[in-house]
Design a protein around this ligand. Structure first.
Ligand SMILES: Nc1ncnc2c1ncn2[C@@H]1O[C@H](COP(=O)(O)OP(=O)(O)OP(=O)(O)O)[C@@H](O)[C@H]1O
Ligand SMILES: [Mg+2]
Length: 496
C-alpha cells in the first residue's frame, strides 16, 4: 500500500492549560473520504485547524506522502495542497463567483485585471468538477448550498490534494446537501483525500470510507464505514450516554397568538396568511432563499413589510419596529449565529445575558448578578467550554448555538421564531434543545420553526406550511404528512 497522503502522529493541543486534543493519530489516503465525528467541543474543528496550519500543535508530527512536513504555516500547507473549507463561510459576499474563485490569483496583463480571462477560467474550473453556477453572480445572491460549492471549488482550483470540509452541510436541506455529496464523490474519484466533519450520521455512513470518532479531545476509534451503524457511532461519540428523543405528544393548542395577515415584501413574499396558536409549533419549509427566509426580518422588525399586518394576541405590531416587536413578546432566534445572533468578541456570560439585560431597560450592568444569571443559563443549556468564560468566538460551533438559544429562550416571549435551532449541534445537545422547544410550547408560546432537517420538523411541529414562490403552497398537520412528502415539498417538488 502507498504511503498515506497525510499522516498525523501524537498531535496534542491545549488552550491556556485546558486540553482540547490529546495524542491524536490520523491517516488519510488519496481518494479516501475520512469522516471526523464527535460531540460538540470534542475537538474536531481544532484538529481541522491544526491540519490546515491555522493552529500550531503543542506536540506531534505531520507527514505528507510519507515525508515529515515539519512545522507548517498556512502558506506552506497550501503549497503542499492542504486546503480547507471552514465551519464559517469565508467568501467575499459582494464579489462575484469568478472573483471569489480566483481571489489572490487574478490574471493580469500589466496593471490591468483581465476580466474576460477571469470569467473564462472560473467557468472552466466549475465545469471541470460538474458545478453549474453563474460565475458573474455576486456571491451574496447565491443560496447557501451554492456558496458551499463555490467555496469547495475554490479550494480544489487552488490545487488541493487534501481537502478538509468542516460541517459543509450543517444548514443545508437534503436536496442541497446531495449536491455537496456529489461533488465530494467526484473529487474523491480524482484522488483527492477528504476529511469530512459532520453531525449528520446518515450522511457520513453514506459518504465516508472510514470514520474517526473523537471524544473529549481523544481519538476513540477509527473504523471503516461499511458495516458500521448509526447506533454504533452514537455509542462511540457519547460513551453510551445519548438519549435520542421521541416525537412530542400532540397537544390541543390554545387561542391564536400570532396572526400574519396578508404580509408581503414586494419580492420574496407575496401575501402570506398564517396563524399560530398558543402552544403550537408550526414548521415553515421551502426551498432555500424563498419566502421562509423573509420571516426573520418581518417578525423581528428589522424589515418593514410592504403590505399586510402582524398581530399578537389581536393587537397590531408596529411595522418595521424592533422595539415594538420585542414589546409584544416576539423573539427571533437567527439561523446565522455569528453574523446576527451573538457578539463573537464578548464573553459567553455577556452574550447569554444580552437579551435579558436589553429587555430589562436598566442602564447599568451589575456584574455579580450577570455572572450568576449566566451560570444558571450555561448549566441549563449545557454550554461546555474548557476555559472559564471565554469569548464566544473561542467556543465550538455547537456550543455557540447553545449560547444563542440561552440568550433568547428564557426571555418569556409570546411568539418565538426559531431558525435552524440545532445547526451544528451534536446528537445529545439536539435532544436537549428539542426538549427546550417542547417546554416553550407547553408554556403556551406560539412557535415558528424553520429547519433544513426534516426529521426535526416531524419531531417538533404540529403543523407544517410550505412556502414557495412567495406564498403558502401547502399545509399539513404532521399526522397527515410523511418524511418523503416533506422532503419533496421542501426541495420544491410537487406536493401530492
Ligand atoms: N481559541 C480557543 N481558545 C480557547 N478554547 C478553545 C479555542 N478553540 C477551541 N477551544 C476549545 O476547544 C474545545 C474543542 O473545540 P472544537 O471547536 O475543536 O470542537 P468541535 O468538535 O469542532 O465541536 P462542534 O461540533 O461544536 O463544532 C472546546 O472546548 C473549545 O471551547
Ligand atoms: Mg466545530
Amino acid at each position: 500500500m502507498t504511503a498515506p497522503l497525510l499522516s498525523l502522529r501524537g498531535v496534542s493541543k491545549s488552550f491556556g492549560g485546558a486540553r482540547a486534543l490529546i495524542d491524536i493519530d490520523l491517516d488519510l489516503h488519496a481518494g479516501e473520504v475520512h469522516a471526523l465525528l464527535g460531540m460538540n467541543g470534542a475537538g474536531k474543528s481544532t484538529l481541522v485547524e491544526i491540519i490546515s496550519a491555522s493552529l500550531t500543535p503543542d506536540t506531534g508530527t505531520l507527514s505528507v506522502a510519507g515525508e515529515p512536513a515539519g512545522p507548517l504555516t498556512p502558506r506552506r500547507a497550501r503549497q503542499i495542497g492542504i486546503t480547507t473549507v471552514h465551519q464559517r463561510r469565508s467568501l467575499v459576499p459582494s464579489l462575484s463567483v469568478a472573483e471569489n474563485l480566483l481571489l489572490g490569483r487574478l490574471p493580469r496583463r500589466g496593471p490591468w485585471v483581465r476580466w474576460d480571462e477571469i470569467r473564462r477560467s472560473a467557468r472552466a474550473a466549475l465545469d471541470d468538477i460538474g458545478v453549474r453556477i453563474d460565475v458573474t453572480a455576486p456571491v451574496r445572491t447565491l443560496p447557501a448550498a451554492q456558496q458551499v460549492l463555490v467555496e469547495i471549488a475554490r479550494e480544489v482550483h487552488a490545487g488541493g490534494r487534501v481537502l478538509i470540509l468542516d460541517e459543509p452541510t450543517a444548514a443545508l436541506g437534503g436536496g442541497d446537501a446531495a449536491h455537496v455529496h456529489e461533488l465530494v464523490r467526484t473529487l474523491s474519484q480524482r484522488g483527492v483525500g477528504i476529511v469530512y466533519v459532520s453531525h449528520h450520521l446518515d450522511e457520513v455512513l453514506a459518504l465516508a470510507d472510514s470514520i474517526t470518532v473523537l471524544r473529549d479531545g481523544r481519538r476513540v476509534t477509527t473504523v471503516p464505514a461499511e458495516g458500521t451503524t448509526v447506533s454504533d457511532l452514537v455509542t462511540s461519540m457519547t460513551g453510551g450516554k445519548a438519549d435520542i428523543g421521541q416525537r412530542r405528544p400532540a397537544v390541543e393548542p390554545g387561542p391564536v397568538v400570532l396572526d400574519l395577515v396578508g404580509i408581503g415584501t414586494g419580492d420574496r413574499l407575496r401575501e402570506l396568511n398564517l396563524q399560530v396558536r398558543a402552544g403550537e409549533v408550526v414548521g415553515v419549509l421551502g426551498p432555500a432563499g424563498d419566502g421562509q427566509s423573509q420571516l426573520f426580518g418581518l417578525l423581528s422588525g428589522t424589515r418593514r413589510p410592504r403590505t399586510g399586518s402582524i398581530l399578537v394576541d389581536g393587537r397590531p405590531v408596529r411595522p418595521g419596529s424592533v422595539r415594538d416587536a420585542l414589546r409584544h413578546g416576539i423573539r427571533c432566534v437567527t439561523g446565522d449565529r455569528l453574523a446576527l445572533g451573538l457578539i463573537p468578541e464578548l464573553s459567553v456570560d455577556e452574550n447569554v445575558t444580552l437579551a435579558t439585560r436589553a429587555l430589562s431597560g436598566r442602564p447599568f450592568v451589575r456584574w455579580p448578578a450577570l455572572h450568576a444569571m449566566a451560570a444558571e443559563a450555561r448549566d441549563r443549556y449545557r454550554v461546555v467550554s474548557i476555559a472559564a468564560d471565554p469569548p464566544v468566538r473561542a467556543l465550538s460551533g455547537g456550543n455557540q448555538q447553545k449560547v444563542l438559544l440561552a440568550k433568547w429562550l428564557p426571555t418569556g416571549g409570546r411568539v418565538c421564531l426559531l431558525e435552524e435551532p440545532t445547526n451544528g449541534v451534536d446528537v445529545a445537545a439536539k435532544a436537549e434543545i428539542h426538549e427546550l422547544v417542547e417546554g416553550l410550547a407547553a408554556d403556551g408560546t406560539a412557535l415558528l420553526l424553520t429547519s433544513s432537517d426534516v426529521d426535526e420538523v416531524l419531531r417538533l411541529a404540529d403543523r407544517v406550511v410550505v412556502i414557495r414562490g412567495g406564498a403558502v403552497v401547502a399545509e399539513r398537520t404532521v399526522a397527515q404528512t410523511s418524511r418523503d412528502e416533506l422532503v419533496t415539498m421542501t426541495a420544491g417538488g410537487t406536493a401530492a
